[in-house]
Design a protein around this ligand. Sequence first.
Ligand code: ATP
Length: 297
Amino acid sequence: MTGAAIELSGVGKTFGRVQALQGLDLEVRPGELTALLGPNGAGKTTAIGLMLGLLRPTAGAVRVLGGDPRDATTRAQVGSMPQESALPAALTVREAVTLFARMYPSPLPVDETLALADLLPLGGRRAGALSGGQARRLAFALAMVGNPAVLYLDEPTTGMDAGSRQGFWAAVERLKRGGRTILLTTHYLEEAERTADRVVVMNAGRILADGTPGALRSSIATSHVRFQSDLVLTELQHLPGVEGAEVDERGHATLTTRTPEALLTALVQSGTPFSQLEVTRASLEDAFMSLTGSVKA
Ligand SMILES: Nc1ncnc2c1ncn2[C@@H]1O[C@H](COP(=O)(O)OP(=O)(O)OP(=O)(O)O)[C@@H](O)[C@H]1O
């Protein structure tokens, strides 16, 4: 045992001819909030299915809290908010949470769980009558009521309005401070950046990047520097930190760089006259798309 809360080593998963995951190595430390990011079909849900013991790996091994994710002792310590949850439509919110609480050895108090998911005012409403965003909050409550050490949230905020989202992330922050290990998938990069200790970017069943949100941003986020000058393409390419350069026939240059400040300092120091300067920072969304080569999901 390595002390990792979740450990995937050399994990592969195929569905017929589809290779959903290939040689996946991932260690999640206890208490860490990890965001799995990737376009549709990247393999995020499959990875969670393996960590939950709902799927068996075709290759490699999956350990959760030092045990087999299929064992009852492991499952009792794990909570999951799936992408689409079948909620017990005829039960009220409170009844559903109470019922789920009975399935765990040391559940959270029902009222505390309802409060965490901002559902106290809706305790008497039938699950089948909830709005989409409210139903997501009930799925969150059902994932939490067992007082899990490890919590999986698969695209948790899909369908939530801005207010629900804010409340939800505040609750996740509290859970994180309480020392739980949380692994979530999301398409909302900015949310992941704000909340996660670590971001793991996946595409086509593999990990493309893994690091803190800040490190990821600085490793992939580029800026565009545009100006007009007499410099020709080779001179532009030799400015410090230039990763890409284009120049049109009128001398309008567009340079791609991760260090726009150093580039501009060198440009000014060279004494070359320039005009129409414009510096734009690529959004994290752009950087993510260029990394995964995907269109926005
Ligand atoms: N039960 C299954 N049978 C066949 N193929 C599957 C099955 N489950 C997943 N796949 C395929 O495996 C690949 C990974 O799917 P997965 O659902 O893990 O992606 P994802 O990253 O969660 O995508 P999304 O962002 O759309 O939820 C996809 O090509 C998908 O079609």
